[in-house]
Ligand binder design. Structure first.
Ligand SMILES: Cc1cc2nc3c(=O)[nH]c(=O)nc-3n(C[C@H](O)[C@H](O)[C@H](O)COP(=O)(O)OP(=O)(O)OC[C@H]3O[C@@H](n4cnc5c(N)ncnc54)[C@H](O)[C@@H]3O)c2cc1C
Length: 272
């Protein structure tokens, strides 16, 4: 079906915030478009105006400082995460997740911020961001606010973001630099596919955190777990946070089993 909408590409953040200020759902922000355009084509969204954020200076910046941590701008793509020297050195878990997101071509367009605003339960970037205690920096004409990533996801494809707000960056604290962690994603095929389950295990020093995708209405994360836990205790802690369903990809029993299995394998790899 042919859909018509106006396209705007503001040159500054102020202009963009003016354009979406009324908060009416007939405008949508465009980053890489890998979710937005699919949703427009499928009739999920019918925006009258699409506002491209990529012409705003600095939106593609990745900044790292050993005191303040990492900031990821709203136009930073998944492939840019994979090639950034500071991220590779200090936040390897982000790369572990990014490597498993879609295909090279999609990763060239898809942004990290778009991935979390889309808020799919299958988001591949969310488990790392949850384990690393990321904060979502948000701005509107009314001002700025910060939301911890664990509070940002509010339901299937739902977030704490209001229609008149823009995510201006993601922040990952400096004390999470050097965290050892690995993400593993189970798919139906060897090529790119959405996950049956995705599990990230991170050793954050004082304990471990486990982030899980595709196993609850939102991506989820455990509280800090003592490193001394036995494997059955670790699996029990993960089972508390997941609420898997049966769908076209697999049954909830298989999901539960594989979350446990991946947790066990990654715990041995990262913690033991
Ligand atoms: C073939 C294919 C395979 C895929 N495979 C995977 C996969 O394996 N794993 C996975 O996790 N995802 C996958 N995806 C989903 C998608 O690529 C990601 O979610 C992507 O990261 C979204 O980023 P984007 O820049 O394309 O966002 P867009 O499509 O531009 O935007 C997504 C949503 O976020 C909003 N938005 C974007 N930026 C901002 C901002 N700064 N502030 C406020 N709102 C904003 C948009 O209005 C829109 O609602 C796949 C998609 C396709 C088409």
């Amino acid at each position: 079906m042919l859909v018509t909408f106006s396209y705007k590409a503001p040159q500054s953040r102020e202009q963009l915030l003016d354009m979406i200020a009324t908060g009416e759902s007939d405008s949508k922000l465009l980053a890489g478009g890998t979710d937005l355009l699919v949703n427009i084509r499928n009739g999920v969204y019918r925006p009258k105006m699409v506002v491209d954020l990529k012409k705003i200076p600095g939106v593609d910046a990745i900044t790292w400082d050993k005191k303040t941590g990492l900031k990821i701008g709203p136009a930073v793509t998944i492939n840019e995460i994979l090639t950034d020297a500071n991220i590779r050195q200090h936040y390897p878990l982000l790369c572990s997740c990014a490597r498993d997101l879609a295909s090279f071509q999609i990763r060239n367009r898809a942004t990290v911020v778009g991935n979390i605003v889309n808020a799919s339960p299958c988001s591949d970037m969310a488990p790392a961001l949850l384990c690393l205690d990321a904060t979502v920096l948000i701005e509107s004409k009314q001002g700025k606010r910060e939301v911890p990533i664990a509070e940002f996801f509010t339901g299937v494809k739902r977030t704490a973001l209001k229609p008149n707000e823009m995510v201006t960056s993601l922040h990952i604290p400096a004390d999470k630099a050097g965290v050892r962690g690995v993400y593993r994603k189970l798919k139906r095929i060897q090529g790119h596919d959405l996950g049956i389950v995705g599990v990230a295990v991170a050793n954050v020093g004082k304990g471990a955190r486990i982030g899980v995708s595709s196993s609850a209405p939102t991506p989820v994360v455990t509280p800090l777990l003592p490193l001394s836990l036995s494997l059955p205790e670790v699996i029990e802690a993960v089972n508390v946070i997941i609420h898997p369903i049966s769908d076209v990809r697999c049954s909830k029993e298989y999901r539960t089993f594989m979350v446990g299995e991946y947790t066990k394998r990654l715990w041995k790899e990262v913690i033991s």
